[in-house]
Design a protein around this ligand. Structure first.
Ligand code: ADP
Ligand code: MG
Length: 727
C-alpha cells in the first residue's frame, strides 16, 4: 500500500481510544469552576459590589463606573489565581463563530518592570481592530471602528491562560455588528410586552425571561482521513464521493451504543463543558453513521447561546485530542442525513411560571392559550422572515430535502392543544385542557405510563412540545441568535397589538378575563393557517401551503428579501431591536456570505476534478488501453470481442465522464465569473444560486461515476465508507 489515502486509512483504523482524564469528583464538585460566578464573586468582591453586579446581570440595571472598577479588580485577581495572564473581549461577529483578541494583563512599569493591570474601562469597553469583519457596509473606512462592550448578564470565564469576557460588538455610531446586541434587546422587548399582559392575571414584579434549550447535531470524522479531503478542509462538506452500499438504510446508528473512542471524546467534552458551567445533559448517536448530538438543560436565551458557541469551539479543541475533526456543516455528505440545531424556545417568569405550559386552573390555562395563540400569530405573520433567518448556502441542502423540516414554516400543536383551540372557536367560555393520560401496559410489574400531551410530528418545523416550541429549521453551524431574536421580537410585537385589542374590549365594558378569552379566540382564528399536523414532506402539503399563502420560496437569495421587507423593518423598528440601517447591513451580509460560500465550493470542486480526479482517471484508462492492446496480440476476431468488450466499455465510459466533467467545469467557471461581475450583492447571489449551484451537482455525477470505475487503490480521496464508518 503506497497510496497516501491508504496510509491515512491505516493510520485512522489503528487509532485507539484515548482515555480521557477521568474526573475523580462528582460533577457538582467542579461544575462552573472556571466561571466568575456567584461563588467566585463571594470570594473576590465586596458585598456591596456583589449586590450591584447581581442587579446588573440579573435585573438589567446599568452598572456605574465605580462598581465596574471594583468588579474589574476582583475579576483580575480571580483570573490570575486561576492562572490567567491574558484577557479578551469575546464577541460574535456576523461571520459566525466567535472572535477574540488577547491582551496581556502585564503592562510596562517604571524602568524595565511590569505590572498586571486591568481597569474598569478595560473590562467595560475595548476597540478591537475589527475592520475586516463583515458589516454590510455599516462602517465606512474612515470610521472603521468597532467597539466591544461588556455584557454582565453572561459571566466571564477562564480558558487556558485567558480571561474571556462576553461582549456585544457595535459600530462607532452604535449599530450592532454582532448577534448578541439585538438578542439582548429582543429579550427586553418580549419581557416588557409579556409583563404588561401578566398584570391582568395578577402577576406583578416577576421578570419575564426567554428561554432556550438547543440540541447540537454534528459529525465526527477521523483527522487523518479529513486531512486527505481538501473539500472537507475548505468547505466543511464533501463535494464529491460515491454513496456507499450501506449508509443509513439500516437505521441502526440512531440511539445505538456509542463507539468507545467517541464516548471518550464525549466524556472529555463534558468534563471541559462542566468546568465552564455549560449544563450538558443528553448525548446520543444520531440517524447517520458517525453523527451525534448533545443537548444541555435550557437556560436564559442569551446565556444558552453563549454556551452553544463556547461548546462548539470547545468541541473542536477536544476532538483534536481524540484524533477527530468535528463537522458542523448542515450536510457534509450527500445522501446521508444532515445536521440541525433544534431550538427549544419558551418564555417564562423568573419565579418559575412556564408561560408555554398548560396549567392546572382555568386562569393558568387561559394564560397558556393566550401565549400560544400569540406565538402562532407572530410566526404566521412573519413565516417568510423566520425561514430567511436560518437559510444559508449550507442549510439549503437540508431545508426542503426529504429529511429535515421542509422549507415552509408551519406549526404542529399536538392533538390536545389543537382540540382545545378548535373548541374555543365555537365557544364563548373557557375550554378544558385534557390531562396527561394514564396508560397501563397490561404487564403487572411495569408501572403505568403517563403519555405526554403532545404527539410527536418530526416533520414539523415549529412544533409545540408540551412546554415550549421547538424550531427545527435552524442549521447546525448557525449562531441561533437570529432565530431566537426574531421569535422574541415577533412575539413582543404581537403581544403589544393583542393588549391594545384587549384594552379596547375592556373599555367597552368587557371583563379582563372575557376580553382576553375573546381576543385569544380571534387571534387563533386569524392564524389557523399556520397550523398543520400532516406530513410536512409531502407534495400535497406544498400545494396546500401555497393555497394558504405561506412562503414556499426555496431560493436562498430570494428568501433573503424578507430580511429587509417593510414588515420586517416595522417589526424590528417598533420593538426597538434593530434599525433600518442595521437590517439592511444584515441583508447585504447574508447575500455576500451566500455568494462567497458557493464561489469557494465551485473553486474547490473544479480544482479537485481537474487536479485530483481526471489525472487519476486518465492513468487508469491508460492501463486499460494498454491491456486491451496487449490482448489484441493474443486474441483475434470473435475471441477478442468477447474477452475485451467489457474493458472497452469501461474505457469509453471513462472517456465520456471525463469529457463531460471537463466541459462542465469550464462552464461552471464561466458562470462564476459572470456572477462575480454582477452589479450588486443580490444579483450576484441570485446568479450563484440559479446558474452555479446546479454544476456542483452535475459535475459530481461524473466524478462519482469515475470513482466506481477507477481502481480503488489509485483513488486519491478517502471514500464515504471510510469517512463514515471509521471511528
Ligand atoms: P428531544 O430530542 O426530545 O427534542 P432533548 O432532551 O434532546 O429532547 O432536548 C430538549 C431540550 O429542550 C433540552 O435542552 C431541554 O432543556 C429543553 N427544554 C425543556 N423544557 C424547556 C422549556 N420550557 N423551554 C425551553 N427549553 C426547554
Ligand atoms: Mg428535539
Amino acid at each position: 500500500m503506497t497510496n497516501s489515502r491508504f496510509r491515512a486509512v491505516e493510520q485512522a483504523s489503528l487509532r485507539e481510544a484515548v482515555v480521557a482524564e477521568a474526573p475523580a469528583e462528582a460533577t457538582s464538585e467542579y461544575f462552573g469552576c472556571n466561571v466568575f460566578n456567584r461563588s467566585a464573586m463571594r470570594k473576590y468582591l465586596a458585598e456591596d459590589t456583589r449586590r450591584k453586579i447581581y442587579e446588573s446581570s440579573e435585573q438589567g440595571k446599568t452598572l456605574d463606573r465605580e462598581t465596574a472598577e471594583q468588579v474589574a479588580a476582583g475579576m483580575k485577581r480571580w483570573a490570575m489565581d486561576m492562572g490567567a495572564t491574558h484577557y479578551t473581549h469575546w464577541f460574535q461577529p456576523l461571520t459566525g463563530g466567535t472572535a477574540e483578541k488577547h491582551d496581556s494583563f502585564a503592562e510596562p512599569y517604571g524602568k524595565g518592570q511590569a505590572i498586571e493591570k486591568f481597569t474598569g474601562k478595560l473590562l467595560c469597553q475595548q476597540e478591537p481592530d475589527a475592520s475586516s469583519f463583515p458589516n454590510g457596509g455599516l462602517r465606512a473606512t474612515f470610521e472603521a471602528r468597532g467597539y466591544t462592550a461588556w455584557d454582565p448578564s453572561s459571566p466571564a470565564f477562564v480558558i487556558g491562560d485567558t480571561l474571556c469576557i462576553p461582549t456585544v460588538f457595535v459600530s462607532f455610531s452604535g449599530e450592532a455588528l454582532d448577534y448578541k446586541a439585538p438578542l439582548l434587546k429582543s429579550e427586553i422587548a418580549v419581557a416588557k410586552a409579556t409583563e404588561d399582559l401578566l398584570r391582568y392575571f395578577g402577576i406583578k414584579n416577576d421578570r419575564v425571561i426567554s428561554y432556550l434549550g438547543w440540541e447540537q447535531e454534528y459529525f465526527l470524522v477521523d483527522s487523518a482521513l479529513y486531512a486527505q479531503r481538501p473539500d472537507l478542509i475548505m468547505a466543511e462538506r464533501t463535494l464529491l464521493g460515491h454513496n456507499f452500499a450501506r449508509n443509513q438504510q439500516l437505521e441502526d446508528h440512531y440511539f445505538g451504543s456509542i463507539p468507545a473512542r467517541v464516548l471518550e471524546f464525549m466524556r472529555d467534552l463534558e468534563f471541559e463543558s462542566y468546568k465552564l458551567g455549560i449544563p450538558l445533559k443528553a448525548r446520543h448517536n444520531e440517524v447517520a453513521p458517525n453523527q451525534f448530538e448533545c443537548a444541555p438543560v435550557y437556560e436564559r436565551a442569551n446565556l444558552a447561546i453563549d454556551h452553544n458557541l463556547l461548546l462548539m469551539a470547545l468541541m473542536k479543541k477536544v476532538a483534536e485530542r481524540h484524533g477527530f475533526k468535528v463537522l458542523f456543516h448542515e450536510k457534509p455528505y450527500a445522501g446521508v442525513n444532515g445536521s440541525g440545531k433544534h431550538c427549544n424556545w419558551s418564555v417564562g417568569t423568573e419565579s418559575g411560571i412556564g408561560l408555554m405550559s398548560p396549567g392546572k386552573t382555568d386562569k393558568e390555562n387561559l394564560m397558556f392559550l393566550m401565549m400560544v395563540a400569540n406565538t402562532l400569530k407572530a410566526v404566521y405573520d412573519h413565516n417568510g422572515l423566520l425561514k430567511a433567518l436560518v437559510m444559508s448556502a449550507s442549510n439549503a441542502h437540508r431545508l426542503g430535502a426529504n429529511e429535515a423540516p421542509p422549507a415552509i414554516i408551519s406549526s404542529f400543536l399536538g392533538s390536545q392543544v389543537h382540540e382545545a383551540f378548535e373548541q374555543l372557536l365555537n365557544s364563548s367560555d373557557m375550554v378544558k385542557l385534557k390531562d396527561k393520560r394514564g396508560y397501563s401496559l397490561g404487564i403487572p410489574q411495569v408501572p403505568e405510563l403517563l403519555i405526554d400531551n403532545t404527539d410527536r410530528n418530526r416533520t414539523s418545523p415549529f412544533a409545540f412540545t408540551g412546554n415550549r416550541f421547538e424550531y427545527r429549521a435552524v442549521g447546525s453551524s448557525a449562531n441561533c441568535s437570529n432565530a431566537v431574536t426574531m421569535l422574541n421580537t415577533a412575539l413582543a410585537q404581537q403581544l403589544t397589538e393583542f393588549k391594545k385589542a384587549v384594552d379596547a374590549r375592556i373599555a367597552k365594558g368587557c371583563t379582563a378575563v372575557q376580553a382576553i378569552l375573546d381576543e385569544t379566540r380571534e387571534t387563533y382564528r386569524s392564524c389557523r393557517d399556520i397550523c398543520f399536523d400532516g406530513n410536512g414532506y409531502s407534495d400535497e402539503w406544498k400545494k396546500e401551503a401555497k393555497r394558504r399563502g405561506l412562503d414556499c420560496e426555496t431560493s436562498t437569495p430570494v428568501v433573503y428579501d424578507h430580511l429587509f421587507s417593510p414588515e420586517t423593518i416595522k417589526l424590528y423598528g417598533d420593538m426597538g431591536v434593530m434599525s433600518e440601517t442595521e437590517l439592511k447591513a444584515r441583508q447585504e451580509t447574508a447575500w455576500e456570505m451566500y455568494s462567497k460560500k458557493i464561489d469557494i465550493e465551485a473553486n474547490i470542486l473544479s480544482d479537485l476534478t481537474m487536479n485530483h480526479v481526471l489525472p487519476v482517471a486518465t492513468r487508469y484508462q491508460s492501463i486499460l488501453l494498454d491491456n486491451v492492446a496487449k490482448m489484441k496480440e493474443i486474441f483475434n476476431g470473435k475471441d477478442f470481442d468477447s474477452v475485451a468488450s467489457g474493458e472497452i466499455e469501461n474505457i469509453k465510459e471513462i472517456a465520456l465522464h471525463m469529457s463531460d466533467a471537463r466541459r462542465l467545469v469550464a462552464e461552471m467557471e464561466e458562470a462564476c465569473a459572470k456572477a462575480l461581475a454582477a452589479p450588486d450583492e443580490r444579483k450576484k447571489a441570485v446568479i450563484f444560486h440559479d446558474k452555479v449551484t446546479k454544476y456542483l451537482d452535475e459535475i459530481r455525477v461524473h466524478v462519482d461515476a469515475l470513482e466506481m470505475i477507477v481502481d480503488d487503490e489509485m483513488w486519491p480521496l478517502p471514500k464515504y465508507r471510510e469517512l463514515l464508518f471509521i471511528r
